[in-house]
Design a binder for this molecule. Structure first.
Ligand code: ATR
Length: 267
């Protein structure tokens, strides 16, 4: 039986084993998928060991998504641009790294009927989570793509890194006063501290949508803010989690599972 796993620390709370078990049942495939706790200082050792044991693929979660890149034989272009790897595919001699997070994000927007093309899009935050969605967002041809942060340097660095793919407008949160956006994506980690970031009032255009890359308790502050802004649709990142898993499953198994029933089951 082909074996897969998610590696991270902590990893016990990971929903990936349940998601992949549902995908396997749904597609009639037989596979094993487990969660393996891996400490950062033992990452290289674990990767070699799992390869030797014959694992066919791995998902990579915090805190290893960046460090694992240097341990891959090859890293896909989209993962290089995202600056992180979340999926490993076995080769005869090692691991090939890819990143399905951005694809998962766009597929979830499509599932929800939230358009990007021709709209003014604001990404809040300029860390790793923001970096991971810029390439697929630009590919959808927004009217404008703005990235804002507390300080201007991180968005400026992102704008520079992505300029070959399109225009990313760097801003600070407070400089957004008076602007209106059709889609606001929260890519900050503030919700994990139970907070919403400080923003000028009325940033969302009439009919505008709000999407948080986080889910669970971390989603609450942004959800409440989006409600106060009169957002037409408000979504959390649970759909993106299932969609990135489906994209990894498709890379490994050559078959794309249906995501909607799995998202529903997880809610
Ligand atoms: P991740 O990989 O989750 O993106 P990260 O690289 O540490 O994590 O980036 C976190 C992002 O959330 C950053 O944009 C950070 O803003 P700063 O660069 O100004 O620190 C943002 N962030 C985290 N906590 C925040 C808070 N309380 N208020 C505003 N922004 C916050």
């Amino acid at each position: 039986m082909d074996r897969y796993a998610v590696i991270g620390q902590p990893v016990a709370h990971s929903k990936s084993p349940a998601i992949h078990a549902r995908f396997a049942r749904q597609t009639g495939q037989t596979l094993a998928y487990e969660a393996i706790e891996v400490a950062p200082e033992r990452l290289a050792e674990h990767l070699a060991e799992l390869h030797a044991k014959g694992y066919a693929g791995l998902n990579v979660t915090l805190p290893h998504k960046i460090a694992v890149m240097a341990l891959c034989e090859a890293v896909s272009e989209r993962a290089q641009r995202a600056g992180a790897v979340n999926t490993l595919i076995r080769t005869d001699t090692g691991w090939r790294g890819d990143n399905t997070d951005g694809e998962g994000f766009i597929r979830d927007l499509q599932r929800l009927g939230i358009a990007v093309a021709g709209r003014r899009v604001l990404v809040l935050g300029a860390g790793g989570a923001a970096r991971g969605i810029l390439e697929p967002l630009l590919a959808q041809r927004p009217a404008e793509l703005v990235v804002s942060n507390r300080n201007p340097w991180k968005p400026e660095a992102l704008a520079e890194d992505f300029k070959a793919l399109g225009t990313v407008v760097p801003r600070t949160h407070l400089s957004l006063k008076g602007d209106r956006f059709d889609l606001i994506v929260n890519a900050t980690s503030a919700g994990h501290q139970g907070r919403m970031i400080a923003l000028p009032g009325q940033l969302l255009a009439t009919g505008g949508d709000a999407y948080d890359l986080s889910y669970g308790a971390a989603f609450t502050p942004f959800r409440e803010w989006a409600q106060s802004q009169g957002a037409a649709r408000i979504a959390d990142g649970l759909g993106m989690l299932v969609e990135q898993a489906a994209a990894a499953f498709a890379l490994w198994r050559g078959q794309r599972p249906q995501t909607a029933p799995v998202i529903e089951a997880l809610r």
